[in-house]
Design a protein around this ligand. Structure first.
Ligand code: SF4
Length: 96
């Protein structure tokens, strides 16, 4: 299990602070995304076998933008990452 998987130029990772564990990703990509019982947030199970289609499906299904996709080091999904309560301007600038 992993919070972070890289396939070629594409990196998919889960921001645990954004995950509300509602299981949308696990519904559209069962066996790829699972809710970790210890941490209570989504993780990528079997990252080596997960296809990009499954990883993207989970990202699109996530209502809190917790699953983030980068290609060649630049975020491509979600294109606009809504700020979260409690983040400072400095943190937002660092993510840009
Ligand atoms: S859809 Fe998003 S918020 Fe819901 S469990 Fe998956 S990563 Fe967490």
């Amino acid at each position: 299990m992993s919070m972070d998987v890289t396939k070629g130029p594409t990196r998919v990772y889960i921001d645990p602070a954004r995950c509300i564990a509602n299981g949308k990703c696990t519904t559209v990509a069962p066996g790829v995304y699972v809710i970790d019982e210890e941490t209570g947030v989504a993780v990528i199970s079997h990252p080596d076998e997960a296809t990009m289609e499954q990883l993207w499906a989970g990202a699109r299904a996530c209502p809190t933008q917790a699953i983030i996709i980068e290609q060649f080091g630049r975020r491509v999904y979600p294109t606009i990452l809504a700020p979260m309560f409690g983040t400072t301007n400095d943190e937002e600038r660092d993510e840009a």
